[in-house]
Design a protein around this ligand. Structure first.
Ligand SMILES: [Zn+2]
Length: 130
């Protein structure tokens, strides 16, 4: 597992910097345009919107953040895409390890307890009302 902090750091990268490593972006208004690398086209319908930190292709409908772009472009699962971007931009990848932390465990148990209590209350109210 990659730590949420690493994922946040990768999400905070300017989308045009991440995609700019894959695609030759041309400045267009407040954003950038290019021929979409995800489908074949001759006129650019691939837009990068720095204000929203997303990309959007009006040709094939692909869109999302920088991580979504790398997932689609390199055909990678989410965590591999995060690692790939982190590597390209000098972000240190923090691994949290497979096992949940004691805090996460407690959190999970609390959720289960709350769920059981809710079920219990629901059952009781059914019995009382019938
Ligand atoms: Zn496209």
């Amino acid at each position: 597992m990659i730590s949420p902090k690493t994922i946040d750091d990768v999400r905070d990268l300017p989308v045009e910097q991440v995609i700019g490593r894959y695609v030759d972006l041309k400045k267009s208004g407040s954003g950038y345009k290019a021929c979409c690398p995800l489908h074949n086209e001759k006129t650019p319908s691939f837009n990068v919107v720095p204000a929203k930190n997303i990309f959007k292709c009006f040709g094939c409908g692909a869109g999302g953040d920088a991580i979504a772009f790398v997932m689609a472009h390199d055909n990678l699962p989410f965590y591999e895409a995060v690692k790939s971007i982190a590597g390209q931009h000098g972000i240190e990848v923090e691994e949290t390890g497979e096992a949940p932390t004691p805090e996460q465990k407690t959190e999970h148990e609390n959720q289960l307890t709350a769920l059981h209590q809710a079920q219990e209350r629901y059952r009781n109210s059914l019995i009382l009302n019938s």
